[in-house]
Each structure stands twice: as structure tokens, then as C-alpha cells.
Design a protein. Structure first.
Length: 143
């Protein structure tokens, strides 16, 4: 595992992509998966038994199906995920401008709307050929 993290002979100064990191960490990830498979049913049984003990605000889960969603612990690469989404959707938009600004800048709805309005105003002011410079609702009298 050390060479996967500290190997800098070939890649001086480069950061590995999410896929490359997963390939380098394939052995530790396989070990984690084996542990996950071993402990999954035991953890589910423990949760069901603990729920049967009762108590205030405790729900009995003995008849419920319990699902545990395990993550591999490696960070997701947003750029790589965006590229994959682009390929899968034929480069169609998967996120509105409003949502993208809000998520990337961690803004409230009001602040995001102000930022989007500022972007649209800049586009209108800086691009004379933009469709936003034409007032399509204006009524022209032709006398």
C-alpha cells in the first residue's frame, strides 16, 4: 500500500485521478471488501437485536429489511464524474447554472440568484450580439 500512496518515481508533481487511485489501491480495496462481506450480516443482526431491547423512541426493526451502504473510502473525483456524465448523456446538460453556482460556491438561494443575474447582466453588457440585447416584448408603431 505504501507504493500506491508514496510512489513518486514516475509521476512527480501529478495527482492521480479517481480511477487511477482505485487501480493503485486494488489490493487494499479487495481486503476491505472481504471484511465488509464478513461483517455485513453480523452488523445487521446486531442492529435488529438492539432495536428489540426497546426503550424510549426506539423502533423495533426485527421485521424490517436493513440495508447497509458501504463506501470504499476513496474520494470521488468531481471532474472525472462530470466527464463520465457527459459521455453517458451525449454531452447534454445535467445541471442548471443555478444549481452549479449554488453547489460550487455554497450560496443561499438569494445569493445564487443575485450571482446569476450579475452573470446575465455581464453577458448582456459585454456581448452586443447577444439575444438579450433585443427587447422582444416591445411594441413598435409603424405610422
Amino acid at each position: 500500500m505504501g507504493s500506491a500512496i508514496f510512489d513518486n518515481e514516475q509521476k512527480a508533481g501529478q495527482i492521480a485521478s479517481g480511477t487511477a487511485l482505485r487501480r493503485m489501491m486494488i489490493s487494499p480495496l479487495a481486503k476491505v471488501n472481504r471484511s465488509r462481506m464478513r461483517f455485513d450480516s453480523g452488523i445487521k443482526k446486531a442492529i435488529k437485536l438492539a432495536s428489540q431491547l426497546g426503550g424510549e423512541n426506539i423502533i423495533d426493526l426485527s421485521k424490517e429489511k436493513i440495508n447497509i451502504f458501504w463506501n470504499d473510502g476513496l474520494p470521488d473525483d468531481p471532474k472525472e464524474q462530470a466527464e463520465i456524465m457527459g459521455i453517458r448523456t451525449g454531452n447534454k446538460s445535467t445541471l442548471s447554472q443555478f444549481s452549479a453556482i449554488q453547489r460550487l460556491d455554497s450560496l443561499s438561494d438569494e445569493d445564487t440568484q443575485k450571482e446569476l443575474e450579475a452573470i446575465l447582466k455581464d453577458e448582456k453588457d459585454n456581448n452586443p450580439m447577444s439575444n438579450m440585447n433585443f427587447d422582444y416584448n416591445k411594441v413598435v408603431d409603424e405610422d
